[in-house]
Design a protein around this ligand. Sequence first.
Ligand code: TXE
Length: 473
Amino acid sequence: MSREPLLLRHPWTGERSRFGLSEDAASLAEKAARLRAGQPDWAARSPEERAQALVALREALARRREAMLAALFADTGRVRESALEFDATLATLSRWAEEAPKLLAPPPAKASNIPFIQAKQRYEAFALVGVISPWNFPLLLALIDAVPALAAGSAVLIKPSEVACRFTAVLEEAIAEVPALSSVLAMALGDGRVGALVLEQVDLVCFTGSVATGRKVGEACMRRFIPCFLELGGKDPALVFADADLARAARAIAWAGLANAGQSCMSIERVYVEKEAYPAFLSALCAEVGRLRLNDEDPAVGEIGPIIAERQVEIIRSQLEEAYALGARALVGGRVVERHGGFWCEPTVLVDVHPGMRILREETFGPILPVTPFADEEQAVALANETEYGLSAAVFSADPQRAERVAGRLQAGAVSINDASLTSLVHSAEKTSYKCSGLGGSRMGPASIMRFLRKKALLINPGVEDPWWFPRA
Ligand code: TXE
């Protein structure tokens, strides 16, 4: 493998252009060594000093808003979501700068279970954290784990997706303006082969992406006995009971399933509706989805952006074709269309679907809502749990007790009640995925930063004369 420019495709125009240089084994090892050399000084700073550096990075990024939005447009072909993604990234930096110093204070020394032995708990950051990120929110998902890792005192090497990495040029400029950070935060461009090399260099891995790659990453980390945190795909269900406010539910589900053209791990990808409410809900949902427009004429106008990754086009197309062949019908939308070199999936409502179809089993990552009626609570829970995924879910009901009871039975790390995909907005609540949607401690909430700390115990005998039971000389 040699160092070569990446060939990137613009999702809105289909144009291809060269960008940057991918790493090879030698250049990557050099980068990792440089970060390792910088990490002890970084870790020796106080949490407050590290927080100041994160605030400085936030400011350096905020000054580059236009350049970053242009890069994100070239990476993803969307405008509105890129602005939201950028603002969410700035908020991530502010939040960790504020919270980390409080969370990192070591607990006071205390007596252990052996009354005369004192136990002091120390935290030591893993020296070098590797972050491997996907293309759907390229900036946010490159930094979502990197920021708490830095706040904890680790150095971080980010391997962004080879599909969408133009944003790194702007991010690198911003990092260069913060000298304290530039020796402990770097990016490594390249495809999965470079990702695999990263796994050989780092002490801990945070991976966001597909289940198939996540499995390879997990296996490689286990071989080296290094911790890995996997944030993988989802096939999130929404359950709508007949007593719910159907108009609100339809609006929430349209948003949660179709924002970012469905290219989000916590998109709603399956909708189950109590049969009494099925016709009314369907007509409300079709009205909501029917109003949404592609942004193919003017990127700033319209709610549905292009399919970002070229290889995703075939996945979406083939899932739709198989569903039609097995009897599904599109009440709204239903096609993947090509416009001036880009590909868009029409916002779609599908009915007459069944679990034999890939579109109900596999992650679609498109703006498609398959809707199925259910008879009662038992069946609703069974249908929702009939999946290899367990990322998040949503329940709509006017009865709060029922909503919480059902949420408790769903195999999902987070359940939104009378709303959907709230995990995209609420970062303070901890969650762990079920089944193939992930592995490891919560990325959200205060527990997130603890993932980057080794816990070291200092066990102190204050000089008790002779606590040992062996005979004395
Ligand atoms: O992900 P991959 P892709 C889903 C979505 C999509 C599928 C594939 O359903 O259809 O994943 O997307 C790096 N060792 N999600 O192909 O392949 C790779 O270079 C180490 C869900 O983009 O998992 C990239 O940086 N790294 C997801 C990252 O892994 C390797 C968001 C993700 O790539 C590697 C995006 C290897 N052997 C897609 N091989 C979500 N849940 O948020 C690849 N990579």
